[in-house]
Design a binder for this molecule. Structure first.
Ligand code: NI
Length: 200
């Protein structure tokens, strides 16, 4: 499969994003996925890289629900144009549609490749980069940083970021998450202190 072709499509698609789903996120997820996959010799690295590159194209935060099927068809077209088989396209699209944190109760169970891409995506939601993305996203949505009754950015740490470590699929992913989790706890304790807030 011609991954460069897929990468160019994903780069174009994400070029105008200011919500933390820009192409640099996609690149970090791909790199995290390659790092995790290096511990799993049975994992299909082409499927993993392609799914990492395409994982946010059909994200519900970026597209309208009514456009979902059209976007999935467009992605299938890209995979075929890149030389991917029907089976590869099905596998990649299944991963992309079942790794989201917000739909975690409804997701199908994932293949090894899917578990690796999901871990790679989740790693980018935590640690220093996760903190930066969370505040960037909150700013783009016009949210307050704190003290706004659950609508503020700080609440997002408790609704998602601090839960992620225990949701990792792979052993190596869990190890990588531990360090980032610890750093977020440290950040929060300084944040509360500097803003004279009570620790939640
Ligand atoms: Ni993502």
């Amino acid at each position: 499969m011609d991954l460069m072709y897929i990468e160019n499509k994903a780069r174009q698609y994400h070029s105008s994003d200011a919500t933390g789903h820009d192409f640099s996120h996609i690149e970090r997820v791909k790199n995290n996925a390659i790092k995790i996959a290096s511990h799993y010799i049975d994992a299909d690295i082409n499927i993993i890289c392609c799914a990492a590159l395409l994982h946010d194209v059909a994200d519900h935060k970026l597209i309208d629900a009514k456009d979902h099927d059209v976007v999935i068809d467009m992605m299938r077209g890209w995979i075929k144009e890149a030389g991917g088989s029907d089976a590869s396209a099905r596998h990649i699209l299944h991963i992309c549609q079942n790794i989201s944190f917000s739909t975690r109760d409804k997701n199908d169970s994932l293949s090894l490749e899917g578990q690796i891409v999901q871990d790679a995506d989740r790693l980018d939601a935590i640690g220093a980069i996760g903190i930066a993305r969370t505040f960037a996203y909150g700013g783009a949505k016009g949210r307050k940083m704190y003290n706004d009754n659950g609508r503020d950015t700080l609440s997002h740490f408790y609704e998602k970021l601090l839960m992620i470590k225990d949701l990792m699929n792979t052993h190596i992913g869990h190890q990588m998450a531990e360090e980032r989790h610890h750093f977020m706890k440290e950040f929060l304790s300084h944040f509360y202190d500097e803003c004279s807030l009570k620790q939640q």
